[in-house]
Design a protein around this ligand. Sequence first.
Ligand SMILES: Cc1cc2nc3c(=O)[nH]c(=O)nc-3n(C[C@H](O)[C@H](O)[C@H](O)COP(=O)(O)OP(=O)(O)OC[C@H]3O[C@@H](n4cnc5c(N)ncnc54)[C@H](O)[C@@H]3O)c2cc1C
Length: 381
Amino acid sequence: MRVVVIGGGIVGCSSAYYLAKRGAEVVVCERSNVGAGSTERSAGGIRAQFSTPVNVALSRASMRVWNRFEEEFDADISHRRSGYLFLARDEASADELAETVAMQNERGVQSELLTPEEAREVCPGLRADLFRAATYSPNDGFADPHLALQAFATRAREVGADIRTGVEVTGVPGDSTGIEGVETTDGPLDADFVVNAAGPWASRVAAMADLDLPISPERRQMAVIAPETPVAESVPLTIDLDTGSYFRPEREGAALVGGHFGGDTTADPNAYDRTTDLDWTVGAVEKAAEWTTYFGPESEIRRGWAGLYAVTPDHHPIIEETIPGFVNAVGFSGHGFQHAPATGQLVTELVFDGEASLVDISMLDSDRFAEGRTVDERNVA
Ligand SMILES: Cc1cc2nc3c(=O)[nH]c(=O)nc-3n(C[C@H](O)[C@H](O)[C@H](O)COP(=O)(O)OP(=O)(O)OC[C@H]3O[C@@H](n4cnc5c(N)ncnc54)[C@H](O)[C@@H]3O)c2cc1C
């Protein structure tokens, strides 16, 4: 089985690893270098606290890999389980959190509903009086995206995948009955299957196969802040769901601060500003200062960066064999880092078995948008 994977981000490298491990002859075409896309710009968050069953299932399947990753891949990826804490300010959001926890618990996730005072016990700098409810899971956390991606790429090569950098896919010859391979800047490659794992470029790659996928590249920023009051490493990744403001501990008391505060952030993946805007950074710190006690006026901005989410209208990915031999694993919004282990296995099942069994991905097809079958993921930042 010859498979060409388009994209050397974490989805492409995870897919290459599981495909090659199962015996496929895999070539990864990466237009730039491994990690040049969104993966290395991610916050590295790993959590099971999603609001839809399919995202919870993708998380559960991925966390089975993340939780033994360091042994299986013999790599330190700085995986820390300090939990995720979601906060709701109004009654409607609090009710949604309660429903979400019940759904998660039914699926084996050890999340719990907390009062604001209980939430302050896990996040001591929280201004509890602003909130009505919280949910917390101690098994959530984060890992270093660079180290995790390199570990997938290294292991993929060890099991036989050929990862070619500086090779751009420029065409996907074939038609709606099947594909023949890819055209690249390094010449054509025949393939039985082509996997689109092009992250924010995914709709452009899909268009090469005459597919119109609703995936929008949207710029998101992050900043590393030295807060006036250090953030202990035991503090969870904490999200104020009603404003979109979030932060998590970085090393030595620093914090990674993020959030999307509205406005059109659609960007061209080939030409967007990868640095942070000072206005956004100041605004993000001010927002975090409004609901916690960490970010007082003596806080300092250390550095920041911008990357792209590949956003679908319902914040769920598309994982399917859309036309015979052409598999899409795209549109992960803000969750593609953590869901990459499950996705690589699902892509492998689609290629070898013609159907997925690890997770029921029947609602992750591309027709759902036109047919009005979308369900929105609510726990997004
Ligand atoms: C600020 C920020 C914070 C985030 N935080 C989190 C988080 O906490 N947790 C989480 O799970 N996710 C998070 N994400 C999302 C996560 O980073 C992405 O969902 C994930 O990295 C997507 O991986 P990917 O492999 O699909 O794409 P990418 O990493 O973007 O890789 C795609 C690759 O395809 C290559 N490519 C594109 N077109 C072609 C072509 N024609 N030929 C060859 N190669 C091509 C690109 O060069 C690129 O390297 C965050 C993202 C951002 C921007």
